[in-house]
Ligand binder design. Sequence first.
Ligand code: FES
Length: 109
Amino acid sequence: MSRFIDIAALADIPPQGARVVRTPQGCVAVFRTADDRVFALDDRCPHKGGPLSEGIVHGASVTCPLHNWVFDMATGQAQGADSGAVATHAVRVEGGRILLDASAIRRVA
Ligand code: FES
């Protein structure tokens, strides 16, 4: 069973905003939607590496700030004519805290 790590309070991320979690493997962007769902994706667009955490959140999708590719945050798949996918990580909210799958963080012990 995977372990989850408390990374922030839900209230720390504004609706339709994001927070970046730095990990040894690169940054993970944790997004909050307008209706308080939370998603975690690698903070690196598969097109040319744009920072998805600085993108626009709309519904359960995020638009890359560089060239406007749109990703479904639940699956990481690019939508429309664009092809590619960004890795997603398990994340959940419990008691107002955001818990991220520890395997997304995997600290070097
Ligand atoms: S880098 Fe994200 S769309 Fe080009």
